[in-house]
Design a protein around this ligand. Structure first.
Ligand code: ADP
Length: 456
């Protein structure tokens, strides 16, 4: 263990980061890269009639991610590389690739996390249970069904991978492995650890990947990569997770009752719970993390509304003047647009930011207090739905810098609220890599997989 390092890489929406940590969780090196935007003419790459594609030219994400992966690996200081015991990667949820099962080459362009395949939704709704997480146009399953019904080529020799699975495959070479966090939106049931019968009954179930728990060993790093970059012979590649779960893992709030509130443009809460909780009305669902559940909900309130009214400097100056010990009686519901999902399911809810008092300090106090009440209501709702009651809140995002807001939130929630020490998803992925390396390795059981030189 001594001197070993664990590498996590995060592939987010605009760029990728890496974090290299030691066994105490201290960061030994970190870095980031924006995605280079290679263009590809879609007509040559694959043909599709999807309504989401407006132009002929599109970003070549496959090339962009692959280049970024190896650029990040090259960014790791040479002197530290020989100590890298394990590597894990997180990617954006529901970003999907369909690849050839022998070469690993994508059979069409990737489907991005936020892309919707509305054509496939009625089909998915007709086979999945009511309100299942796959019943959304951007779910991985809708993307798969869309592909299956649109493209005629190579259906029998195709494999579905999520972005993180595919990036990890470039490193280990064993095709068709995923983790149960990424696989949730394709319909995998992490509780029974299997694909449900209604999914296995479909012809396209043959393209589904096998699923392991996040942060479990897949195999050794490919030799060509190891020797080129200077990683040790026993460096292992471990399954990853999604970007938002990696960010939760980074905050190390894993005990049931511990939670993370992310206060960025919007407000998202995630609570570690012994009970699995799902309620489609509120968009509440649970991811599995080993023997616990990660219950989440996301409100449309948050920092984006603040930014419309105040600059970040004003926010800071005005906040300093707030008396956080005193409750504000102003009752707002700050929203950017009409409609809320959690903790109130009302698509017609109007933003409420009036009356505006003469004092900006009072106005801001009222808004911060109102958002804190929405946060508190979110945690109460999760408890009502059956989750472990929240005991302690860690917080991340732009809003977590505001000490006065933290004090207001502690009073309104009646709980300790602390800034999370680590909030980067790459750090969470590094913790998963550490977990994967820590299981006592029976190296005889780990096979070295075929080298695909053309992919490096
Ligand atoms: P994103 O979700 O876009 O990644 P960030 O985590 O970067 O968001 O947070 C940005 C948000 O933080 C902005 O919407 C801004 O209003 C809010 N913010 C920035 N500074 C403060 C502050 N001092 N107090 C409260 N909110 C703040």
């Amino acid at each position: 263990e001594e001197g070993k390092l664990y590498l996590g890489m995060d592939f987010g929406t605009s760029g990728a980061r890496y974090a290299l940590i030691d066994k105490n969780g201290s960061i030994q090196a970190e870095g980031k890269r924006e995605y280079p935007l290679y263009m590809v003419i879609l007509g040559h790459y694959c043909t599709t009639s999807s309504s989401v594609l407006k132009s002929e030219e599109s970003v070549d994400w496959v090339k962009s991610w692959r280049t970024t992966l190896f650029a990040l690996l090259e960014d790791i200081p040479v002197s530290l590389r020989a100590a890298v015991a394990s590597i894990s990667v997180d990617g954006t949820s529901a970003t999907t690739l369909i690849v050839d099962s022998t070469t690993g080459e994508p059979l069409c362009r990737p489907f991005l996390y936020n892309e919707s395949c509305p054509e496939a939704l009625p089909v998915v709704k007709s086979i999945a249970p009511v309100n299942h997480t796959v019943c959304s146009g951007s779910s991985t399953l809708c993307k798969l069904v869309y592909w299956w019904n649109t493209f005629n080529s190579a259906k029998q020799s195709a494999i579905l991978l999520h972005q993180a699975d595919w990036l990890l495959w470039l490193l280990h070479g064993k095709l068709g492995v995923s983790d149960y966090n990424n696989a949730l939106k394709v319909g995998y049931d992490p509780e029974t650890e299997s694909y449900p019968p209604w999914l296995l009954a479909q012809p396209y179930s043959c393209v589904l990947p096998t699923v392991q728990s996040p942060g479990s060993t897949i195999g050794f790093v490919k030799e060509i990569i190891r020797t080129h970059l200077g990683f040790p012979e026993d460096c292992v590649i471990c399954t990853g997770t999604t970007d938002s779960i990696a960010a939760f893992i980074a905050a190390r709030a894993s005990r049931p009752g511990q939670a993370v509130t992310s206060l960025g443009s919007t407000l998202a809460i995630k609570l570690s719970s012994t009970q699995r909780v799902e309620d489609a009305r509120f968009g509440v669902y649970s991811h599995r993390l080993d023997d616990k559940w990660l219950v989440g909900g996301a409100s449309n309130t948050g920092g984006a509304v603040l930014r419309r009214i105040f600059t970040d400097e004003q926010l800071q100056k005005l906040s300093e003047q707030i008396n956080s010990a005193e409750a504000s009686l102003l009752d707002y519901y700050p929203l950017q647009d009409i409609g809320e999902r959690f903790p109130v399911a009302d698509p017609n809810m109007e933003p409420r930011l009036h009356p505006r008092p003469a004092s900006d300090v009072e106005y801001l106090h009222g808004i911060l207090e109102s958002i804190a009440r929405i946060e508190a209501k979110g945690y109460s709702l999760l408890e009502e739905l059956g989750a472990t009651p929240v005991e302690e809140v860690f917080t991340s995002g732009g809003g977590s810098k505001n000490e006065k807001w933290i004090a207001i939130r502690e009073r309104v929630l009646g709980l300790p609220v602390r800034r999370a020490l680590q909030t980067e998803a790459a750090y969470g992925a590094a913790l998963l890599a550490m977990k994967g390396a820590d299981i006592s390795l029976n190296t005889d059981e780990l096979v070295r997989f075929g080298e695909c030189v053309n992919n490096f």
